[in-house]
Ligand binder design. Structure first.
Ligand SMILES: NC(=O)c1ccc[n+]([C@@H]2O[C@H](COP(=O)([O-])OP(=O)(O)OC[C@H]3O[C@@H](n4cnc5c(N)ncnc54)[C@H](O)[C@@H]3O)[C@@H](O)[C@H]2O)c1
Length: 489
């Protein structure tokens, strides 16, 4: 695959796709007739550059290029993936597909539609088997979910190919096996939205109160478990069965207006719009996007800890990125004649404090992660740890030398000062490009996880560590090694 994505339609969703693909190293060719499109996409890219790289603990590939084309034909010619993100109207989409077909007969056409059936989308195509729905969620560059849906004429092999592509750019492809209007997520979201509009129309609650009813409660659960698992837990030890016995019958009570939708009169639309404007206060939609992105990065990052939901997707993307960045080195391949690169990452938005730079605790986290990576490289990986041996940190000294801001790419290089028996003495240097940001010195002791007492590492680990320590002994010893907190007169 050439790793070029053609994007037709560069609005909210097309711009988000462009950002996700580019920041994952794909070249993007884009067509949108709106003369403002380039400016709008640049604004999306600016936000995405601050937010997306912070989801992973490993640097994304070098950014791909973006080419704004003045015709659909130029954007799609030769492309193996064509992302369609034009307005949600079947006639507009059919017209666009005819233009795509005139210039490209083989690439996968992936429609971003929120709910139109793929069978309807592909009905006028000459090569209908290549059309799939790949329905993303806004902001596309941060939210991992993409619903994949095949139409009656779709070749299932394209769904499989699409799963690979979207996984490789850090997404969670969800194959909706049955073609149905609105797919899965939007059907669920619409049920809630319909209810909220009724409550607002009937004067039961304001827009702000309705949002509070989600954001402070169920919304926090939904970030990690859907409705089913959440209610399974709400049933206590009896699980979902108890929940259905207790609350199931209430579902038949005539609380909701079910499929009825409030009449969208001009007055009603104004009322809802006004309430939402008041709720946003002085913040513009662009300001709110930044708030949303920072919050999303924080939530997704916290889900990484438990390897759960969207956090699990970000973590499994790390594994792919580690390979790309050459961080999956085995002990035998480590070059003992130079410092070892143990981390390549981007400073996430939520690592920055009130001074506008990386918080001191995050330096320790970044260096701690580098130590973990080094342990893994010499064979002290999760399989080894499961056998009952590991390293504990006994002492740490960090020097903060220069500032670093969110979005900066940082590398950590590691030198072994001592690797002998139970002891592992490491020296880390953190850089942004060639600028030295900080150094850290760690003394670690190998322990038995059973007795929690010092013990010797396995023979394989000791051999690897000794070889590297002996090689690194020939490197200049860092001047500040062994220093304690220095107070200048
Ligand atoms: N906004 C969302 O939250 C969301 C979420 C998921 C999916 N979607 C789907 O994504 C698609 C795009 O929605 P959007 O929200 O980005 O809309 P949008 O209005 O922000 O963007 C549509 C873009 O298409 C361009 N366009 C119009 N005619 C075109 C043509 N003939 N060729 C190329 N470009 C053309 C417009 O200039 C505009 O920039 C829709 O199918 C929508 O259902 C939207």
């Amino acid at each position: 695959m050439t790793k070029t994505a053609a994007i037709v339609g560069g609005g909210v969703i097309g711009g988000g796709w462009a950002a996700r693909f580019m920041l994952n190293g794909w070249d993007v060719k884009i067509f949108d007739p709106d003369p403002q499109s380039q400016r709008k996409i640049d604004a999306v890219l600016e936000n995405a550059r601050c937010a997306l790289p912070g989801l992973t603990d490993i640097a994304l590939p070098e950014e791909g290029s973006i080419t704004h084309c003045d015709t659909i034909a130029k954007a799609v010619s030769g492309g193996e993936l064509i992302v369609e993100a034009v307005p949600e109207r079947l006639d507009v989409k059919h017209k666009v597909y005819a233009e795509i077909e005139a210039a490209n007969t083989t690439g996968i056409i992936a429609s971003s539609t929120s709910g139109i059936m793929p069978s309807d989308l592909q009905s006028e195509l000459k090569n209908p088997e290549r059309l799939i729905v790949a329905h993303p969620f806004n902001p596309v560059y941060l939210l991992p979910l993409v619903e994949l849906v095949a139409g009656k004429q779709t070749d299932e092999a394209h769904i499989e190919k699409a799963k690979e592509i979207y996984s490789s750019i850090g997404m969670h492809p969800l194959h909706c096996r049955v073609e149905i209007e609105g797919f899965l997520s939007d059907r669920l979201q619409e049920a809630l939205w319909r209810e909220a509009l009724w409550l607002l129309k009937d004067g039961v609650a304001t827009a702000e109160e309705l949002d509070a009813a989600i954001a402070y409660g169920p919304g926090l659960r939904w970030a990690q478990m859907g409705t089913m698992q959440t209610f399974h837990l709400a049933g206590g030890e009896g699980g979902m069965r108890a929940m259905l016995a207790m609350f199931g019958p209430c579902l038949k009570w005539p609380w909701t207006k079910l499929m009825d939708v409030p009449e969208l009169t001009d007055d009603f639309v104004e009322m809802v719009g006004d309430q939402c404007d008041t709720q946003s206060g002085a913040l513009t939609p662009r300001d709110l996007e930044r708030v949303r992105d920072t919050n999303l990065v924080g939530i997704i990052r916290s889900l990484r800890g438990g390897d759960w939901g969207a956090g699990a997707t970000a973590k499994s993307h790390d594994a792919q990125l580690a390979k790309l960045n050459g961080l999956n080195v085995k002990a035998a391949d480590l070059d003992e004649h130079q410092q070892i690169v143990t981390s390549k990452r981007t400073v996430p938005l939520d690592w920055v404090d009130y001074n506008g730079h990386m918080n001191e605790a995050r330096y320790l986290q970044a260096f701690g992660d580098a130590t973990d990576k080094f342990m893994e490289m010499i064979g002290c990986d999760s399989d080894y740890i499961a056998t009952g041996g590991s390293y504990f940190t006994a002492e740490t000294h960090i020097r903060h030398i220069d500032e670093v801001r969110a979005g900066a790419r940082i590398d950590v290089k590691t030198q072994v000062l001592l690797g002998e028996g139970k002891k592992m003495h490491l020296w880390h240097e953190m850089y942004e490009g060639t600028r030295l940001l900080a150094t850290a010195e760690h003394m670690l002791i190998h322990v038995s996880l059973e007795t929690r007492r010092p013990s010797n590492p396995s023979g394989a680990i000791e051999t690897a560590l000794t070889r590297i320590a002996q090689g690194h002994a020939a490197l200049p010893r860092p001047e500040a090694a062994g220093a304690s907190v220095g107070v200048r007169a």
